[in-house]
Design a protein around this ligand. Structure first.
Ligand SMILES: Cc1cc2nc3c(=O)[nH]c(=O)nc-3n(C[C@H](O)[C@H](O)[C@H](O)COP(=O)(O)OP(=O)(O)OC[C@H]3O[C@@H](n4cnc5c(N)ncnc54)[C@H](O)[C@@H]3O)c2cc1C
Length: 418
């Protein structure tokens, strides 16, 4: 069994927002994949970005730092997930990074905490206001969690740390083009989440589309077509996903079309049409309108793996993949969450306790569970954040830095200006 991945860690995405807001360290949500699989003697982990899959030759080409390797297979499971989509405006990414990877979370940590640092230095009220305005785009679980956490940082965690600014004057604006907050949770729970956010001071603007994003602000348009520019240094993009480009590569060879999110349609047994030995699972597969959530990925992966071992053992083919929806949950602030599972609808403290219990189960490894619980106690019972370290480069944003050569890199006053 060969696992090829372009990162060396196994990432638990649902807690990325806690890395971005200084609650958890990267190691707690992203243990080394090699370590996770160390005891599985038949598994080899190879670092590399898959750049080609030849379905006829049954070969995968992967590359790391210019070293290209070809690995052949008898059976293949493709689970390359999805990335952020800026709906055709990739230029927005420079100023409103997404939340998909550890790099994203660390960059956002730098941008969020950095905005408060720069506000402490700002010579004018207008600049302070711009630095203390945070816009989160997308009112799904990630956007709601980010907006809630930034608000808690400003209202609670950072209040005593600054002298020139009052962090509680920070504005957090949550923008979504759709009419509701947390639409997948239904009207009742979505409404409760919205009211809780508003109680925390978050300015929730639904039916509001993002028209433009630049270094110093964002332009939005409401349902009446009225446009407004919001001056804000720190923007977070939590809207829109696009499947890995590997889906398009497979679709072309298999002669099928990807859907609007770039996902590839699969057979009821999760195999690629015309290629029974190739399975596509998780966020990059399209089947029965299943959502891009962890349980779909986990259950699909188990199904594909068992289908392969059944074949090797000469067993009868198993029935078509059937997804068991275990429900969903999202936190709004400490001690407050919403949860929906079958007929059960919960909000507030009970939902938060359920969220806590479930997420600690999904943290990989005993030592990470212990340190996560400790960090949660520090942040939720106390008011501290253990993971506030970031670099000045992260304040500026890595995409911008990639484009600026070392001698052209702006000095701190210019960073503050932009
Ligand atoms: C911020 C956030 C919060 C979320 N919260 C929840 C939640 O609360 N509940 C829930 O159920 N779901 C949640 N999700 C969704 C859930 O994380 C995904 O549905 C799940 O991770 C999908 O699993 P996957 O294996 O398909 O893809 P991923 O987990 O994305 O894994 C894909 C892997 O493939 C690697 N890869 C990609 N391309 C290549 C390549 N070319 N070569 C080599 N490797 C490659 C990536 O580096 C990655 O490690 C959240 C997602 C995000 C981003």
């Amino acid at each position: 069994m060969t696992l090829i991945a372009k990162t060396t860690h196994h990432l638990f995405q649902p807690l990325l927002y806690q890395v971005a807001t200084g609650i958890l360290s990267t190691g707690e949500i992203a243990p080394s994949t090699r370590e996770v699989l160390a005891h599985q003697r038949n598994a080899q982990v190879l670092l590399g970005e898959v750049t080609g899959i030849d379905l006829d030759a049954k070969a995968v080409t992967h590359e790391v730092l210019g070293r290209e390797t070809v690995t052949t297979y008898d059976s293949l499971i493709v689970a390359a997930g999805a990335g952020q989509s800026w709906f055709g405006h990739d230029e927005f990414a420079d100023h409103a990074p997404g939340m998909k990877t550890i790099d994203d979370a660390l960059e956002l940590r730098g941008r969020i905490f950095g905005a408060f640092e720069l506000a402490e230095l700002a010579p004018t009220q207008a600049e302070r206001d711009r630095l203390l305005t945070f816009v989160v785009v997308g009112a799904g679980p990630t956007g709601v969690e980010m907006a809630g956490q930034i608000s808690e940082l400003a209202q609670r965690t950072l209040r005593r740390d600054f002298r020139a600014i009052d962090t509680s004057s920070a504005r957090v604006i949550l923008v979504d083009a759709g009419p509701a907050v947390l639409p997948s949770f239904g009207e009742d729970l979505g409404g409760r989440a919205r009211r809780q956010l508003e109680k925390m001071g978050v300015d929730v603007r639904t039916s509001t589309k993002v028209i433009d994003v630049d270094a110093t602000g964002i332009v939005v348009e409401d349902s009446d077509g009225e446009r407004q520019r919001i001056e804000a240094k720190c923007k977070v993009w939590a809207a829109g996903v696009a499947a890995s480009p590997l889906a398009g590569m497979l679709a072309e060879q298999a002669g099928v079309e990807v859907d609007r999110a770039g996902r590839i349609p699969v057979e009821p047994d999760l195999s690629l049409p015309g290629y029974p030995e190739v399975f596509v699972v998780g966020d990059m597969m399209a089947l029965d309108n299943l959502p891009g959530v962890a349980q779909v990925a986990i259950q699909g992966a188990r199904y594909a793996a068992r289908t392969i071992t059944d074949r090797l053992d000469g067993r009868q083919p198993r029935p078509a993949f059937s997804y068991r929806d275990k429900g969903s949950m999202a936190t709004i602030s400490r001690f407050s969450a919403v949860m929906s599972s079958g007929p059960i609808r919960l909000s507030g403290f009970l939902a938060w306790l359920a969220w806590l219990g479930l997420h600690i189960l999904y943290i990989v490894g005993f030592k990470h569970r212990v340190t996560t619980l400790l960090h949660w106690a520090i942040s939720f019972i106390g008011r501290g954040r253990s993971e506030r370290a970031y670099t000045v480069q992260q304040v500026l944003g890595r995409r911008a830095l990639q484009r600026i050569s070392a001698d052209e890199a702006p000095k701190l006053p210019e960073i503050a200006e932009s």
